[in-house]
Design a protein around this ligand. Structure first.
Ligand code: CS2
Length: 482
C-alpha cells in the first residue's frame, strides 16, 4: 500500500478532510517542544484551521526532545498525519498539514536552537508533561537535576526545555531580535507563570542579566488545553490505513471535544485563533482550576481505582456504578473549591464529563493516566483537599484518591503497569503514607497536611482490609449519613 503523503492526498476518500492550502507556501512561525500525540490532536489542529484561512506564516516546526520515532514515521509522509475523532460509532478522519518539519533535539540541538532564534519564530509552544518542568518538592527548580546541571555545563547542547528556551532567548537578545512568546500547554496550575519562574531561575544560574531580561521582556501566557487523546495503538493504525486506502504509520485518535483557553499576551502577534474556537482571556485561573480538578482529578481517581479493579479503560471503569458514584462524590467535594465569580457552571461541566468518560470508542487506558501520579496529584487532588480541610469540610473522596494511588503503586506487577519519576525512592519507602507524602512533596507540613496524611492512611488500611469495592461503598454510605 502507498503511504500517506502530498502525492497520495488526492487518492483519499472524499469524506476525509485534508489540507486545502498549498503546503509549500507555509512559512514557520511556531516551534513546538514535545511533539506527542496530544500536540498533534490539539494545537496543531487549531493551527491547521488558521492555515486553511490563508494565514500562511504560522506553520509549526515540531521538536521531539527525546525520541526519533515521530520524525522517522512522518518524514516519509511529508509530515502529514491523520486525526481520527471518535465517539460511539461515529468517526471522522482528517489529515492535518500544519507541521512543516520535525527536528529531533538530541540529534540536532544546533538546528533546533538556530530555528528558535530566527525572527519569524514568534511563538514557542510546549507539551512536555508535568515531570519535565523539573520542580523540586517546594515547587522551585530542581537545581540538582542531572539534566539541568548538564545544560549549565554545555548550553549549546541542551537536554531540557529550560535549556532550549534560555539559550534561544539569549541568542535572540544578542542578535537584537525580540523574544518569542512562550506558551505552555501542559496540565499545570498557572502553567505560564510557573514556567516563567522556573526558566528565570535556570537563567539566573547562567547569568543574572539574562534572567532579568527573561523576567521582564518575555511573555509567558498561561493556557488551558483539553482534549482526550489516548495513545495510538497498532489496531488504530491498521483501521485508519484501511479506511484511507493509504498507509499512515503515525496517526492520532481523539474525542471530538477540544478546548483551548489562552491568556492574551503575544507581543509578536499570534494566529487568529479566536476565529477557530480558541477562547482568549485575561486570566485562565477559573478555567484551569475547573479543568485540573474536575476532569484531571476524576481521571486520576478512575485510573487508580480502575487499576486496582483490573478495569482497562476509562469507559470500562466509568461503566462500573461504584466507580461513577464515587466520581460524583469526588466532584461534590471539588465543586465548592472552584472560583464562583467566573460564571463557570461546574454542574454542566460534570454532565459533559460523564459523557466524555463514557466514550467507549476511545479505549483510553487507565494505566496511561496512572503514570506520573506524584507530579499530577498535587494540582488535581491535594490542593483541593487542603483548601477544604482549612474550612473544616470533609475530604473522604479526595483522601481516598491519594490512597488508591499508593495502593495501585504498591500493587503494580513486573514490569510495572505504570511508572512514576519517583519510582526508585517510592519503592524504597515501601509505600508508607508518611514517607510517600514527603517524597512527593505534599508539603509544607501544615496541620491540614497532617490531617490529610492521617485520612489517607485510614483509607489505605480500609482498601487493604475491606477491598476496593467495599471501601467505595462505605464512603458512599458515609456521604449519605453526613
Ligand atoms: C490525563 C490527561 O493522562 C492524564 O493524566 O488526565 O492527559 C487528560 O486526558 C487531558 O488533560 C484531557 O485534556
Amino acid at each position: 500500500m502507498n503511504c500517506l503523503s502530498e502525492a497520495t492526498l488526492e487518492k483519499l476518500p472524499d469524506v476525509v478532510k485534508r489540507p486545502s492550502y498549498d503546503r509549500s507556501a507555509v512559512r514557520p512561525g511556531i516551534v513546538h517542544l514535545g511533539l506527542g500525540a496530544f500536540h498533534r490532536a490539539h494545537q496543531a489542529v487549531f493551527v491547521d484551521e488558521c492555515l486553511r484561512s490563508g494565514a500562511m506564516e504560522w506553520g509549526i516546526i515540531g521538536a521531539s526532545l527525546r525520541r526519533p520515532e515521530t520524525r522517522d514515521a512522518l518524514a516519509r509522509q511529508d509530515w502529514l498525519y491523520t486525526l481520527c475523532t471518535r465517539e460511539g460509532d461515529k468517526e471522522q478522519l482528517g489529515v492535518v498539514g500544519s507541521i512543516v518539519d520535525i527536528l529531533v533535539a538530541p540529534e540536532a540541538p544546533e538546528a533546533l536552537l538556530a530555528m528558535m532564534a530566527r525572527p519569524e519564530i514568534r511563538i514557542v509552544t510546549l507539551t512536555v508533561t508535568e515531570k519535565a518542568y523539573l520542580r523540586n518538592a517546594s515547587g522551585n527548580l530542581d537545581r540538582n537535576n542531572a539534566d539541568i546541571l548538564a545544560d549549565l555545563a554545555d548550553p549549546k547542547r541542551p537536554r531540557t526545555a529550560h535549556g532550549y528556551l534560555v539559550e534561544a532567548l539569549a541568542r535572540r537578545r544578542a542578535a537584537g531580535v525580540k523574544p518569542f512568546t512562550v506558551l505552555s500547554c501542559d496540565n499545570l496550575p498557572e502553567n505560564g507563570r510557573t514556567l516563567r519562574r522556573l526558566v528565570t531561575e535556570f537563567a539566573a544560574m547562567r547569568c543574572a542579566e539574562l534572567a532579568h531580561h527573561i523576567q521582564e521582556e518575555v511573555a509567558f501566557p498561561s493556557s488551558v488545553v483539553d482534549r482526550i487523546v489516548p495513545a495510538t495503538t497498532a489496531d488504530d493504525r491498521k483501521r485508519m490505513s484501511r479506511q484511507l486506502g493509504v498507509d499512515d504509520a503515525w496517526p492520532v485518535v481523539s474525542e471530538p471535544f477540544s478546548q483551548w483557553v489562552v491568556e492574551e499576551d503575544f507581543p509578536l502577534g499570534r494566529p487568529d485563533w479566536t476565529a477557530f474556537g480558541v477562547t482568549m482571556v485575561a486570566d485562565v485561573t477559573p478555567h484551569e482550576m475547573m479543568k485540573l480538578r474536575m476532569l484531571n482529578g476524576a481521571h486520576s481517581a478512575i485510573a487508580y481505582i480502575g487499576q486496582l479493579l483490573g478495569l482497562e479503560t476509562v469507559a470500562d471503569a466509568f461503566a462500573n456504578p461504584a466507580v461513577s458514584r464515587f466520581v460524583d462524590g469526588l466532584w461534590a467535594e471539588i465543586a465548592p473549591t472552584l472560583p464562583v465569580d467566573a460564571g463557570l457552571d461546574s454542574t454542566a461541566y460534570a454532565t459533559q464529563l460523564k459523557r466524555r468518560f463514557s466514550n467507549t470508542a476511545l479505549r483510553h487506558r487507565t494505566a496511561q493516566i496512572a503514570n506520573d501520579g506524584s507530579q499530577k496529584l498535587p494540582q488535581r487532588i491535594v490542593s483541593a483537599a487542603i483548601e477544604r480541610l482549612a474550612g473544616n469540610h470533609r475530604v473522604d473522596h479526595l483522601a481516598l484518591v491519594i490512597a488508591t494511588w499508593i495502593a495501585a503503586l504498591s500493587a503494580r506487577g513486573e514490569p510495572p503497569a505504570f511508572t512514576d519519576p519517583l519510582d526508585a525512592q517510592l519503592r524504597h519507602a515501601s509505600y508508607v503514607v508518611a514517607e510517600v507524602f514527603v517524597l512527593a512533596g505534599f508539603a509544607p507540613h501544615t496541620s491540614e497536611m497532617a490531617q490529610l496524611e492521617a485520612l489517607v492512611a485510614t483509607s489505605l488500611s480500609s482498601l487493604k482490609d475491606n477491598g476496593v469495592e467495599e471501601t467505595l461503598m462505605q464512603i458512599q454510605n458515609k456521604g449519605h449519613q453526613s
